[in-house]
Design a protein around this ligand. Structure first.
Ligand SMILES: [Zn+2]
Length: 490
């Protein structure tokens, strides 16, 4: 027998074999059992999730000699002919290549003839959204009042392109992307069937790469089997497909967390040398930080994380805060967006990795605001209101020293409070404003608390939140805040 690709061989033949579409399955089955059959169905959903298979199963359910039945026998001539694609009563049309009004006219003429052998004449029109407007209009009347033996099953990956006039005449079923667990289960069954050993991680990777499409999963599976022989190993997949493993990602992220620029960049070079493409690596690295973010937020489900929680480096998890992981992820996503316009994607990636080495010193605006509030508390001032962080808001304290400008353009602006750019865009600006602020402090009356010096002030404010007291970096180098807290921000 000729070689048959897995996707074809494993095409579902009954509703029960339709993976991951419980709602569609149960609704179609129960309506068939009740004998309530619509003139037109519209199946929508991402590619490879079983729309065409479901349409064929429905056609068999309708035309099976023992039908209409939710469980077509699979043995009668109608069932067999439909499965082989040789039934005269089930007409499959590819909407993408039959888009014109003439193609639809032909359908309109044909529907006048009753089915050849079965009870119904079923038209399955794939990618129906590709039909032209005229074609849709020509089809409308036929869908609305078809001869009783005609059933239309439309399938589309782009529901929004199907005119409302067509949608409203169809029973609609939304297919969803197949969950990773379901794909993995189907792959496991396939392995058992083909007598192939497979590591769970290898199957998981295939399932994840398939992004909800069973067909993609089987295609990738065939490819992996072709170079793996009887045993699917994740290490071999990584090597052959140019992938980055969790070990490499852990090593790189650990180097970054240690601020080991040289180590991180050398590792990156080694990974790219091994044949991993830059796009691929950015996706994998972003996925890695995403998983860490989810972990930090308390998500431990393996199918969401991509790996078991214990596979992620504890050192990296401990070193970074939730907000820093958010920053890393959004930086990598920006990078992925920008790659295609870049003169040198590799330079972009190296810059990003270098920035990741600063990550443990990054603070969010919310944290910065909390720190300023703490500073105000130390100074006996009320917490800054939200307005203090935007230009022009100045409710005005009664003579008390304030971080807000008394006249526009002084401390507040220098401190970077003005405008959307804020502190992050002007390293050093905060220190500048702070110096002026400290000058004001000298005007305080005796007995009121003053801060001995700037470094002490910053130390108090950021203690425990930003400045790490231990570790390779000095807690506060000479030169003040811009070198420690605000400098080096990616
Ligand atoms: Zn049958």
């Amino acid at each position: 027998m000729a070689y048959e690709v897995t996707a074809t061989r494993r095409r579902p033949k009954t509703f029960d074999e339709l993976a991951g579409q419980e709602f569609v399955r149960s609704t179609l089955k129960s309506s068939l059992e009740k004998g309530s059959i619509a003139h037109a169905y519209l199946f929508s959903g991402p590619r490879g999730c079983g729309k065409t298979s479901a349409a064929r199963i429905l056609a068999r359910s309708l035309n099976c000699e023992k039908g209409p039945s939710a469980e077509p026998c699979g043995l009668c001539s109608a069932c067999r002919e439909i499965r082989n694609g040789s039934s005269l009563d089930v007409i499959e049309i590819d909407g993408a290549s039959n888009t014109g009004v003439n193609d639809v006219r032909q359908i309109k003429d044909e529907v006048l003839f009753p089915p050849n052998a079965g009870k119904y004449k079923v038209y399955i029109i794939d990618e129906v959204h590709m039909l032209s407007n005229n074609a849709f209009n020509a089809l409308l009347k036929t869908i609305e009042e078809p001869p009783p033996y005609i059933i239309f099953i439309f399938a589309t990956t782009e529901l929004h392109k199907v005119p409302a006039t067509i949608k409203s005449r169809c029973q609609q079923f939304a297919f969803r992307a197949i969950p990773i667990e379901d794909i993995q289960r189907m792959l496991r069954e396939t392995c058992a069937e083909m007598n192939i050993q497979a590591e769970d991680e290898a199957l998981f990777w295939i399932a994840r790469e398939a992004t909800g499409s069973m067909r993609d999963a089987y295609t990738l599976f065939d490819q992996v089997v072709s170079f793996s022989g009887g045993t699917l190993r994740s290490s071999l997949i990584k090597e052959k497909m140019g992938l980055v493993g969790i070990e490499e990602l852990n090593a790189l992220a650990e180097a970054c967390a240690r601020a080991g620029h040289a180590e991180a960049l050398t590792l990156l070079d080694r990974i790219l040398e091994a044949g991993v493409s830059i796009d691929r690596f950015v996706i994998d690295l972003a996925g890695y930080y995403r998983s860490l973010l989810l972990l930090k937020a308390g998500v431990v489900k393996e199918s969401v994380l991509g790996y078991g929680a214990d596979r992620f480096s504890a050192a990296v998890r401990d070193a970074l805060k939730l907000s820093q992981l958010e920053e890393a992820l959004s930086m990598l996503l920006d990078l992925y967006r920008d790659l295609r316009y870049s003169l040198s994607p590799r330079f972009e990636l190296e810059t990003a990795v270098s920035k990741l080495c600063w990550l443990d010193r990054w603070i969010s605006r919310a944290e910065l605001r909390d720190a300023v509030d703490s500073a105000r508390t130390v100074l006996g001032l009320p917490p800054a209101s939200a307005g203090d962080f935007s230009r022009g808001a100045s409710p005005g304290g009664s003579g008390a020293p304030s971080l807000k400008a008394e006249k526009p353009g002084s401390e507040a602006e220098a401190a970077g409070f003005g405008g959307p750019g804020s502190f992050m865009d002007k390293p050093g600006a905060f220190t500048e404003g702070f110096k002026k602020f400290m000058e004001k402090q000298s005007e305080l009356k005796p007995g009121e608390e003053t801060i001995p010096d700037e470094a002490e002030m910053v130390r108090r404010v950021f203690r425990g939140t930003v400045v790490k007291q231990e570790g390779p970096r000095p807690a506060l180098p000479e030169g003040g805040a811009e070198n420690s807290v605000f400098g080096g921000i990616p």
